[in-house]
Structures are given as structure tokens and as C-alpha cells.
Design a protein around this ligand. Structure first.
Ligand code: ADP
Ligand code: MG
Length: 445
């Protein structure tokens, strides 16, 4: 746009000056020429919508291709292990072909401008000769000199018009891209600080769900009238089949989503009264899928508390049994772990994110299948670390290996978005219900 803008000024100037000179030479011939300009502008204007559509189409095809490339590279291991290379290549070629055809369509319309200008300018020049020549022969106002000079100006006149037209095309194309960009920027943020939300400090850690209904998509209820109450300092384990809604409970407590009905309270205060940042700094979550960023091990652990010293980081890592393997890396804590921590095992990634959460020192701590990729031996050692970690905090522990949750104060068995059983390990075992069945199936001996 910047380059075009300067040309726009000089081109407009040229047009105005040429027009004035032509007017001085002959008003009649100038009017004939302006007819050509009017026809040309009308055609350009009529093509505008079509042109925008083809460029939009092109940019959509291009982003499809980019998305496909991105997905293919991140999922390359799966592709290779399923021998899908050939199929993926076919899809890739198809997408490239789509980009090519849509680009050609858009470009052809762009390129048509030039022959169109050429044709129209030739026709108007002919008209000028025709009318001027007729005048000349019949002894009118036009002299041979005027006619020659006028035609000279005409050729100067169309060049800037073509430039302006190209600039206009560029604007239309850019607008097609801008629309896509704004589509993303204008997507409403669904979870925001409500008016009157405050930064809450010194959270004790009482958590209460009161008749909570929640669905991700309309009509599919994930949590159904769920109520429970956890006192500060208590550790609650959540168990249940896959897809029961365990992670969903955590997503709601941290306000990644807003609920449709009911209330979620921390220390008796609705979580919507907290600012998002104060809520999330009090609730520490270790998610099912850990995310390690490119950078050193130090950087990754420091993620939750930017001013942590190296000493603090080591203490946190030791507490979660991560120190041992980190020291074995070639540069210890300063080792670069690559994008997404690709040079670490899944278990090692979990240990690092464990240390990260511990360092951020939240009042409410959530472990969502945090130990699922750690071997039993490390897990046993880690268990002590976890127990220490949970002291003085409210804890939610979701785990499939039930050995890790035996010590929880209470266990909630969840299925299909409702609480089926709740109580201590011993109570639930005595009840011989769903938890008993699950437990005995894991430890049949
Ligand atoms: N972002 C989402 N959009 C729509 N449905 C979802 C989303 N996340 C989870 N679900 C659905 O919600 C249900 C509960 O999921 P989740 O709470 O993750 O189960 P789990 O108990 O295994 O942690 C599942 O049926 C799942 O398909
Ligand atoms: Mg889950």
C-alpha cells in the first residue's frame, strides 16, 4: 500500500494536468475521450465483487494448504507408523492444485485489465481521429497540429489510469485477506473478567459446586446438576470411566469455560467474582497433556513463577524426583529441551511440569492424570513428594492407578456427569459399589 500510495499522488497529478491541457486544445475531443474513461470505470466497478470473491477463494485455499502442512508435520510420526505417506502426498497435491487453480482464476481477472485499457484507449483514439479528422476536412475548429498534439496527450493519459486501476485491484485483494484476519481478531472472547471482579488474595481453599449444569455444545449435557463441597486442605480424588467428565470439572474450576447453571464457589465466593488472573494464580493445574516449551529446563520450571531463583527451582525439582534425570542431561538444568520438549520422554516431561506447578505454589492444586506416564518406581517416590505438596492445600487428584489415590481424604466416583459415590477409600470399599468393583478389578490379588 505504501508504494502504491505515492504513485497514486503522482498519477492523479498527471491525469489532472493532461486533462487541463487537453481541454485547452479541444473541449469536444476531450469529452469523447472521457466517454472511454466512463466505460472503463463502469466495467472495473462491475467486476469488483467478482474480483473480491476470487481472491477470497484463493486465500481460503491457501490457508487450507498451510493448515494441512502444519498438521502433517506435527503428526509425522503417526503418518509414518501407519504408512500413510502416499495418501498424505495425494491430499497435499490435491490441495496444491486447488491453490493453483484458484490463483489462476484470480490472476486472469487481474491481468484482463491491461488488454481492456488497451482496447478502450485504442477505440477512443480512433474516435478522436474520426471526429477530429472530420472537423479538419470540413474546416472546423480543429487544425492538424491540434489533432497531433491531442493524440500525444491521449497516450499519456491512459498510463496513469492503468496504474490507478492496478492499485485499486491491490486494495481489493488486500481487503480479501484482511477480512480473514479480522474474522479471527473479531472472534468474541467468551470467558472474560466480569464487571466488578476483583483480585482476590489469601485464598483459603474451600471449593463448592452448587447444582452445576454444563455442556460444551448445546444439548449435550456433560455435568448434570453436580454438587459437592471440599474443605480447605482436603484432598479429593476423582475417579470414573474415560469421558465421565473429570477433566471437565477441572476446566470449570479454572474457568476455561463458563457454566450454564448453578454456581462454583471458592471460599464461598463465586469464581466469576475473581479476576481470571487471580483465580488462576490460586488454582494450579497439572493437565493430562503436559506442554514443554523450547528453552532450558530452568526456563520451563520457572514458567509459573518468573522470579524464582535457581536454588528454588532445584528444590522444586528434587521434591518431585525430577532432579536425578535432569542432572543426567548433558548440561543439567541448562539443557535446551527443544520445541515441545521433543528430546524428553513423556514421563520426564510430566516430572518437569510437576516441578513447574509446585514452584508456582497455588492454594488449590489439581493433578489430572499427572502421573499416568511415570513408571511405578518413580511414582512411588513421587508419591511422597505429592503428599508433601498437597499438605496445606486443597487438592484434586484424578488418577487411573488407584494406588496413588488411596490416601485421599475422600474419593468421588463420577459417571455420566453425576456423582455416583463419595467417601473415603475404606467407606467405599465397605459399600461394595462401583468404586469397589473398579478397585478389585485393578488389584484382583
Ligand atoms: N472441548 C470439548 N468440546 C466438546 N466436548 C468435549 C470437549 N472436551 C470434552 N468433551 C466431552 O465431554 C465429555 C467428558 O470429557 P472429559 O471431562 O475430558 O472426560 P474425562 O473424565 O475422561 O476426563 C466427553 O464425552 C467428551 O467427549
Ligand atoms: Mg480427563
Amino acid at each position: 500500500m505504501t508504494g502504491g500510495l505515492i504513485n497514486l499522488v503522482t498519477d492523479t497529478f498527471t491525469i489532472v494536468v493532461t486533462l487541463v491541457l487537453m481541454m485547452v486544445l479541444s473541449v469536444k475531443l476531450t469529452l469523447i475521450m472521457l466517454c472511454g474513461v466512463v466505460v472503463f470505470s463502469a466495467i472495473i466497478f462491475m467486476m469488483k465483487n467478482k474480483q473480491r470473491r476470487v481472491w477470497q477463494n484463493y486465500s481460503a485455499k491457501q490457508s487450507n494448504l498451510n493448515a494441512y502442512i502444519h498438521e502433517s508435520i506435527s503428526g509425522i510420526k503417526v503418518t509414518q507408523s501407519f504408512n500413510r505417506e502416499r495418501k498424505n502426498k495425494e491430499i497435499f497435491s490435491e490441495q496444491c492444485e486447488n491453490v493453483r487453480t484458484s490463483f489462476m482464476k484470480a490472476k486472469i481477472i487481474d491481468i484482463c485489465n491491461w488488454p481492456m485499457v488497451e482496447t478502450i484507449s485504442t477505440i477512443t483514439t480512433c474516435m478522436v481521429f474520426l471526429v477530429g479528422g472530420h472537423d479538419l476536412i470540413n474546416g472546423g475548429m480543429v487544425t492538424a497540429g491540434t489533432l497531433i498534439a491531442f493524440v500525444g496527450y491521449v497516450s499519456h493519459f491512459w498510463n496513469p489510469i492503468l496504474n490507478i486501476c492496478n492499485y485499486y485491484n491491490q486494495l481489493v485483494n488486500t481487503a480479501a485477506y484482511l477480512e480473514r484476519i479480522y474474522e479471527v481478531l473479531d472472534t468474541p472472547v467468551l470467558v472474560t473478567n466480569l464487571p466488578g471482579a476483583t483480585d482476590v488474595e489469601n485464598v483459603k481453599g474451600d471449593v463448592e459446586f452448587k447444582n452445576v449444569d454444563f455442556s460444551y455444545e448445546e444439548g449435550v449435557k456433560i455435568l448434570d446438576n453436580m454438587s459437592f463441597n471440599v474443605k480447605a486442605g482436603e484432598t479429593v480424588a476423582i475417579v470414573g470411566p474415560t469421558g465421565a467428565g473429570k477433566t471437565t470439572i477441572i476446566n470449570l474450576l479454572t474457568r476455561f469455560y463458563d457454566i450454564q447453571k448453578g454456581e462454583i464457589l471458592i471460599d464461598g465466593k463465586n469464581i466469576t467474582e475473581f479476576t481470571l488472573s487471580s483465580l488462576r494464580s490460586n488454582v494450579g493445574v497439572m493437565l493430562q497433556d503436559t506442554f514443554i516449551f523450547s528453552g532450558s529446563v530452568y526456563d520451563n520450571i520457572r514458567y509459573g513463577k518468573l522470579d524464582a531463583t535457581e536454588e528454588e527451582i532445584r528444590v522444586a525439582a528434587k521434591a518431585v524426583c525430577a532432579d536425578e534425570f535432569i542432572m543426567e542431561l548433558e548440561n543439567g538444568y541448562s539443557t535446551e529441551v527443544n520445541e515441545r520438549g521433543s528430546r524428553l520422554s513423556t514421563g520426564q516431561r510430566q516430572l518437569i511440569s510437576f516441578a513447574r506447578v509446585l514452584l508456582s505454589d497455588p492454594k488449590i492444586l489439581i493433578l489430572d492424570e499427572a502421573t499416568s506416564s511415570i513408571d511405578t518406581k518413580t511414582e512411588k517416590a513421587l508419591q511422597e513428594g505429592i503428599n508433601r505438596l498437597l499438605e496445606g492445600r486443597t487438592g484434586f487428584v484424578i488418577a487411573h492407578r488407584l494406588s496413588t489415590i488411596r490416601n485421599a481424604d475422600r474419593i468421588m466416583y463420577i459417571d455420566k456427569g453425576t456423582i455416583k459415590e463419595i467417601g473415603s477409600h475404606d467407606e467405599l470399599m465397605e459399600k461394595k459399589g462401583l468404586y469397589y468393583k473398579l478397585y478389585t478389578s485393578q488389584y484382583s490379588e
